[in-house]
Design a protein around this ligand. Structure first.
Ligand SMILES: CC(C)(COP(=O)(O)OP(=O)(O)OC[C@H]1O[C@@H](n2cnc3c(N)ncnc32)[C@H](O)[C@@H]1OP(=O)(O)O)[C@@H](O)C(=O)NCCC(=O)NCCS
Length: 241
């Protein structure tokens, strides 16, 4: 996507999100309808939400994600061990600010060698098939390229059709070894467009997140006010009886 296309799509998407959050019905029929999906880089402050997302994965999804049926303890340890300074973690949030999809780009740098990165992803079962997995991969590729990573690889189980589809569509080379498949994608060098596109994508996601945060605060406040009014009304009824 060129910079001009990114800017145009971002502006249109931001407008549609604003309309939807301000209550205009059908302003945006789906999150991936021709626009950008807001993908936020995650930090240590998102650890509790990450744990909620990953611990909700069913045993088979944990097996697909990690290559083994990770226990709750292993998932907690994995998240506590994330290297926020070096790696990139991305999340897609719903209106309640729950993480519905999350990706981890683990970057390996060794002096004198080209950097490589491993990509892993999980999407909440009810949010699958909307393109979130594919968009998270594109976002990770964009960052890896800008971080001068030469190659991304994905370790997937051969039965994992959507993950293999995402890798194949990106142009990755796939090597199947029985029940396991490795996908390798060589990245082009970064350029001005890739760097500005990443800045724009981040800014869009940050703006979208703070709009959702404000909207959530407003609706939580309204719910509290309604709760108080209900309590007062019930109190009046009781004293009238
Ligand atoms: C793999 C996973 C991340 C995919 O997420 P998703 O958001 O549903 O994927 P997308 O909607 O982006 O779909 C990706 C592609 O797979 C295709 N696809 C989806 N489900 C499929 C299925 N069951 N069989 C074949 N293809 C499928 C989609 O049509 C899409 O292809 P298209 O772009 O040509 O239409 C998700 O299934 C998941 O979280 N699985 C459990 C954890 C896991 O497997 N992680 C990957 C290991 S690192």
């Amino acid at each position: 996507m060129t910079l001009a296309q990114t800017l145009a799509r971002t502006t249109a998407e931001a407008g549609r999100q604003l309309l939807r959050l301000s209550g205009v019905p059908h302003a945006l029929s789906s999150d991936n309808e021709g626009g950008l999906i807001p993908i936020c880089p995650l930090g240590p402050e998102h650890v509790p939400a990450m744990k909620v997302h990953m611990l909700a994965l069913a045993p088979h999804d944990r097996y697909l994600r990690f290559g083994y049926a990770a226990t709750d303890e292993q998932i907690n340890r994995y998240i506590d061990g994330l290297k926020f300074g070096t790696d990139e973690i991305y999340g897609i949030f719903n209106r309640n600010l729950d993480i519905v999809a999350m990706a981890h780009l683990a970057i390996m740098k060794e002096p004198g060698r080209p950097s490589i990165a491993e990509f892993g992803v999980s999407v909440k079962s009810s949010a699958r098939g909307r393109g979130y997995g594919a968009r998270l991969f594109e976002r990770a590729v964009m960052h890896a390229r800008n971080a001068k990573v030469s190659q991304i690889y994905i370790h997937a189980l051969s039965e994992n059709a959507p993950m293999i589809r995402i890798a194949r569509k990106s142009g990755a080379t796939l090597e199947r070894d029985g029940s396991e498949t490795e996908a390798y994608l060589s990245l082009p060098k970064r350029n001005l467009d890739s760097r500005v596109t990443e800045l724009v994508a981040d800014q869009f996601a940050k703006t979208n997140y703070s709009i959702k945060e404000d909207a959530k605060k407003f609706w939580d406040f309204l719910a509290q006010v309604q709760e108080i009014r209900k309590g007062v009304r019930e109190g009046r009824h009781q004293s009238a009886e």
